[in-house]
Design a protein around this ligand. Sequence first.
Ligand SMILES: [Zn+2]
Length: 70
Amino acid sequence: MSTTSPSQPGDRSRAICESCNGIQETVIERRDVPLDDGSGTAQNALAAICTDCGDIIAMPAQDLNIVPTS
Ligand SMILES: [Zn+2]
């Protein structure tokens, strides 16, 4: 029996990076992440970063602090 802990900065995993076109190691870091639709920025959000190219691969489920784009 194990409990699922939320992602923490520094956590490492593996995921498919579209920029690298393959499976890469990822590390969780806090970033200001622009929203896909351009409506704002998620400040200080946890994101899974590709350790090879630095792109954001995924964002774990979390409460986002959205700052609207002015
Ligand atoms: Zn990559």
